[in-house]
Write a protein that binds this ligand. Structure first.
Ligand SMILES: Cc1ncc(COP(=O)(O)O)c(C=O)c1O
Length: 423
């Protein structure tokens, strides 16, 4: 059915939306007693209403049981993290044993590089996208330096074509083939944080493996957003944060994926700690490390239970709704937002350019030609929570879990007023 830029049409889309009921399962910031229009689920997801109960349960158990809570609380703390592996495996397309939850994203990428970036004199190069998320750039540079190489030589960035805002898969694959046996690692973001592009992870992983490189993914903007089949695609490793589309809370724990072909190996280089050693013998306090046969072997410390509690709460919602339904709504709501942007563009003098290519998830990155930061500030002051990236890009990510079609319509109206009525 062709879209219409009317309130009644948007409300009709909400009425027939099978996910509409989930909106009420999240807390929205308020402005003048009304929910804001929340476009920054790609940065920090909203708080699920069940999160507090999960945290309160841990607080109560701690109050009443103290140390006994490790083994005797309702959800014992010593293996609390294991509850997250199964639902996460479904979200990222993995086997539960290939998933663990620990630390934070950049920390985990470093730990995974210890295992999967093992440069030699000949094979030491890393391929990534140009202007990758800064933390990834710092992580890669410091890893390369740590191994005695020069980042300028060892890190090869794939550029966008002149005048274009997105990457071409062919350019990435050509570069992989060109580097061939010099290439130690392919490491990209599954969804680029700036332009929202979804990379062809299957094709890029296949190309990396065909030259015997390791292939790892930063899935910060992909987990809980797009369809992932990490196991089937034969990715070597991946990590993601949980506070964006996964709604687990600020700065919360990261997940890791390690393909099962790398599990259960005695000689894999890895930084180790007591939570990675066999559960059966851990408390014998032995000197020898006996790696757990799953990705949990990479765990160093006992789980941060208070952090994992809201993450588990959020995963309960993911279990209830399922990625398939989220993706179906995501496609519709993002298309509706795109339509609204074009409609408003035709009504005002400015011009918007959506720099996100057709391969996209939740996020549309919009270049505001002729508009400055003051438009962004107007949006924020008028109940549209979005973000600004220099020089003049706003990122709009209507998370399908809780955003409504009416939000998209209302956003268009605020945007129009902002452009026409701002002084
Ligand atoms: C693509 C990407 N990589 C890495 C990070 C860093 O995450 P953390 O601060 O949890 O290490 C972020 C954070 O937003 C990100 O978006």
């Amino acid at each position: 059915m062709p879209f219409q830029n009317t309130l009644s049409f948007a409300r009709e889309l909400d009425r027939i939306d099978p996910l509409q009921k989930f909106r009420d399962r999240f807390y929205f910031p308020q402005l003048n007693g009304k929910n804001v229009i929340y476009f920054t689920g790609n940065s920090l997801g909203l708080q699920p209403k069940n999160a507090k109960d999960f945290v309160d349960e841990v607080m109560e158990d701690w109050k009443n049981l103290a140390v006994e809570g490790h083994f005797h609380s309702k959800k014992p703390w010593w293996d609390y993290h294991e509850r997250l592996a199964k639902p996460l495996a479904k979200i990222i397309g993995a086997k539960p044993g290939e998933v663990s939850v620990m630390n934070t994203l950049t920390v985990n990428l470093h730990l995974l590089m210890v295992s999967f970036y093992r440069p030699s004199k000949k094979r030491y190069k890393i391929l990534c996208e140009e202007k990758a998320f800064p933390s990834d750039q710092y992580m890669l540079q410091s890893q390369v330096r740590f191994h005695g190489f020069d980042p300028k030589d060892a890190i090869v960035e794939v550029a966008k074509r002149p005048g274009q805002h997105h990457w071409h898969t062919n350019d990435i694959i050509e570069k992989i083939n060109e580097l061939g046996d010099e290439l130690a690692l392919v490491m990209l973001g599954g969804v680029n944080y700036y332009n929202g592009q979804v990379f062809d992870m299957k094709a890029i992983t296949g190309a990396g493996k065909s030259v015997d490189a390791m292939v790892g993914w930063d899935l910060a903007h992909a987990a809980g957003n797009i369809e992932l089949k990490l196991h089937d695609w034969n990715c070597d490793f991946a990590a993601w944060c949980s506070y964006k589309y996964m709604n687990s809370g600020p700065g919360n724990a990261s997940g890791i994926f390690i393909h099962e072909k790398h599990l259960g190996q005695d000689n894999i280089p890895r930084f180790e700690g007591w939570w990675g050693t066999s559960k059966e013998t851990r408390f014998l306090m032995k000197q020898e490390f006996e790696p757990i046969a799953t990705a949990d072997a990479w765990q160093l410390s006992n789980p941060p239970v208070l952090a994992l509690a809201p993450y588990l709460a959020s995963l309960e919602l993911f279990e209830e709704v399922g990625m398939e339904a989220l993706i179906e709504k995501r496609e519709k709501i993002v298309s509706y937002l795109e339509f609204i942007l074009h409609e408003i563009d035709s009504e005002v003098d400015s011009s918007f350019e959506i720099i996100t290519p057709a391969e996209r998830g939740c996020q549309l990155s919009v270049l505001l030609h002729g508009e400055g930061r003051s438009l962004f500030e107007y949006l924020m002051a008028n109940g549209v929570i979005t973000d600004w990236r220099e020089p003049n890009v706003i990122r709009l990510a209507p998370a399908p879990f809780y955003c409504s079609f009416e939000d998209m319509y209302n956003f268009g109206q605020v945007l129009k007023r902002g452009i026409l009525g701002r002084t």
